[in-house]
Design a protein around this ligand. Structure first.
Ligand code: MN
Length: 276
């Protein structure tokens, strides 16, 4: 790590940008570009794609933090955005960056994305994009995760996501979020018809793994998750996307299921500890 990390104060909000598609992703550049007018932006992203890394932290080997070259012709770079890459996960990036690269104090906002592909329903569990934001939320920094639906031609119009990302970030910088909460934002392909406040929906995955043979005849497997049916809560994130709207879902890390906890209180397991 160099000595040129930001230390000066008084430059407005500090915004940490990460993703799970890696430092080269156009979605990351778009998000940095969206944030640049709002304050001092530091990008810290995985050095390669880490999609579906979830919230993994790397604890059994050292991590390296490298200053990234400014991408040629990139608008965010010309706006003075500082860029770093890490040989780790999105959660590693945020964990290392706060407060090391954010001026010795927590940033005012952590944003993650813009992911190539939606993170709705059960995707959230696997998503490195959401985990990058969640790591910020765990550090009690307001956090936003952004993901975009891939269009029919396999393309994403990143520029179309920029104005909304900027407006939402500006709003969160002004209003704040409750401690430990992040907003998970998903953009539909095409021009959005509106914005919906949603809950995390459910959809069933048909978990499949494909078996093939390598040139030596040994089997290898490729995990392939096929999306089955979105089960359509009327206020679910899928539904908003299906109807062409931007979906914004507040999330938190605590997974306790309150109704089941109440139901379990009637189950007397006190005898089960006898002889322990
Ligand atoms: Mn990804």
């Amino acid at each position: 790590m160099n000595d040129d990390s930001p230390t000066a104060d008084g430059e407005g909000p500090r915004i940490l940008v990460t993703n799970d598609d890696g430092i080269q992703s156009p979605g990351l550049a778009a998000l940095a570009q969206a944030m640049a007018p709002l304050g001092r932006v530091v990008v810290v992203a995985p050095d390669r794609e880490r999609s579906a890394a979830g919230h993994a932290l790397t604890i059994h080997r050292p991590l390296r933090l490298h200053r990234a070259a400014d991408p040629e012709g990139d608008a965010a770079a010309s706006a003075g955005v500082e860029r770093w890459h890490v040989d780790g996960t999105p959660a590693d990036c945020v964990h290392l960056a706060v407060p090391r690269l954010t001026g010795g104090r927590p940033p005012d906002l952590v944003v993650s994305g813009i992911n190539r592909g939606l993170n709705v329903g059960d995707d959230v569990t696997y998503s490195g994009t959401v985990a990058g934001a969640l790591e910020g939320a765990l550090l009690h920094v307001p956090a936003l995760a952004f993901s975009a639906e891939i269009g029919a031609a396999g393309q994403i119009d990143w520029g179309r996501c920029v104005p909304f990302a900027r407006a939402l970030a500006a709003g969160v910088l002004e209003r704040g979020l409750p401690a430990g909460i992040l907003l998970n934002v998903n953009f539909p392909a095409g021009r959005p018809r509106g914005v919906r406040w949603t809950r995390q929906g459910t959809r069933r995955y048909r978990a499949t793994s494909i078996e093939r043979r390598d040139p030596a005849g040994r089997p290898y497997f490729w995990i392939d998750q096929i999306d089955m049916t979105p089960t359509g809560e009327s206020d679910g994130d899928h539904r908003a996307i299906d109807e062409g709207c931007v979906s914004v879902t507040p999330l938190h890390a605590n997974r306790t299921h309150a109704a089941t906890l109440e139901a379990l209180r009637d189950w007397d397991l006190s005898g089960a500890t006898d002889g322990a």
